[in-house]
Design a protein around this ligand. Structure first.
Ligand SMILES: *Cc1c(COP(=O)(O)O)cnc(C)c1O
Length: 358
């Protein structure tokens, strides 16, 4: 399947499982957008909505972090890394990391040459020993100087770093004087999965910068770049502006986040997506020839399945991408319902020649 290919909206089901950004805007974010649309306010982020969203982020993380808003995650990651690194530095990441595989070289472009050094690791997580080996491999002037460890939480494979795993990352970072960047496009799903306060998996375990995703969590657009080390944030507003990421009508990036954060909608949305993914994983586990590619810990289910089954589902309007490791990726969203899952499972069981589930 081609990644950029649109599917016919006529034959497709109302809600599918191809991607968590196929979903629309959640009602709470929409309501705040509507409120923010009344009247005039100051532009370029000097407005009450932007202040309120930044305060909501500070409340969420229980610390006085610096908060900036970009239009999307690629910009958030790239500009954050550009701010942490000089052009002769390097960033160590997992080989499936979005910054490595899905940002069209934007991190290298915005850093002006910083090299991404990618290492392996199971289930989308950084192999810490391998990361440390890369850092220690050389200390001469001919090697790009390691500067940042970058993690994705939840990972591109739908797994979640535990608090202990993050502590271990922090130890390596401290040992080698590295900064820690976290790509949190699905940070909410990780918090929902772990059941811990957001601070427990960010600044308390040494995360310096978090790219906090809201688009996949129910916002129309916009991601927050959160600097827990406030000194690192100096002049980041200039970097955003130069990169074309300073929204003149910033309130429309900020208001949806207010809607997500102020009454806990972000966590409800993530819990829903995770719960639906767990239902899919359980239901597909009994279908012959189906095997999970990665543990299901957040809102993604990666399945190896017979080509005939995948083709049958595709013919019935259930489309999935298979760009990671040859497995099909089934994503759940903030608005995926138990009925959506039941309809998918009914079709899968029928195609596999199983009786309807009881
Ligand atoms: C979706 C996603 C992003 C952000 O992508 P944009 O399309 O640039 O908004 C970043 N990292 C990960 C892991 C993602 O899944």
């Amino acid at each position: 399947m081609k990644r950029n290919h649109g599917h016919s909206p006529v034959s497709a089901p109302a809600r599918g499982f191809a991607s968590d950004n196929y979903a629309g805007i959640c009602p709470e974010a929409w309501a705040m957008l509507e409120q923010a649309n009344r009247g005039h306010v100051v532009s370029y982020g000097d407005d009450p909505w932007t202040a309120r969203a930044a305060d909501a982020v500070r409340d969420l993380f229980e610390t006085s972090c610096e908060v900036f808003f970009t239009f999307n995650g690629t910009a958030a990651n790239s500009l954050a890394l550009a701010h942490l690194c000089r052009s002769y530095h390097s960033v160590i990441c997992q080989s499936r990391a979005h910054i490595e595989t899905d940002e069209c070289g934007a991190p290298e472009f915005f850093t002006g040459g910083t090299k991404l050094l990618h290492v392996g690791g199971e289930n989308g997580k950084l192999d810490l020993a391998a990361a440390e080996a890369v850092v220690k491999a050389r200390d001469d002037i001919h090697y790009p100087k390691p500067k940042v460890l970058s993690l994705t939480q939840a990972t591109e494979c739908g797994t979640v770093y535990t608090v202990d795993e993050l502590r271990a990352v922090h130890e390596v970072a401290l040992r080698h004087r590295l900064l820690v960047h976290m790509d949190g496009a699905r940070f909410a799903n990780a918090v929902a999965a772990l059941g811990v306060a957001p601070k427990e998996i960010t600044w308390k375990v040494g995360v310096d910068v978090l790219c906090f995703g809201s688009t996949k969590n129910g916002a129309p657009v916009g991601e927050a770049v959160v600097f827990f080390d406030r000194e690192l944030a100096a002049e980041f507003d200039y970097r955003c502006k130069q990169a074309g990421q300073l929204a003149s009508k910033m309130r429309f990036l900020a208001a949806p986040l207010v809607g997500l954060l102020e009454d806990g909608t972000w966590l409800r949305n993530a819990r829903n997506a995770n719960a639906r993914a767990a239902e899919i994983a359980a239901a597909f586990a009994v279908i012959p020839g189906v095997r999970q590619a990665f543990p299901v810990e957040a809102n993604a289910v990666f399945l190896h399945m017979p080509k005939t089954l995948a083709a049958g589902l595709d013919a019935r309007g259930w489309h999935f991408y298979d760009f990671i490791g040859g497995a099909y990726r089934l994503m759940c969203s903030w608005d995926t319902t138990a009925e959506d899952v039941a309809a998918l499972v009914r079709d899968a069981r029928e195609l596999a020649g199983l009786k309807a589930a009881g």
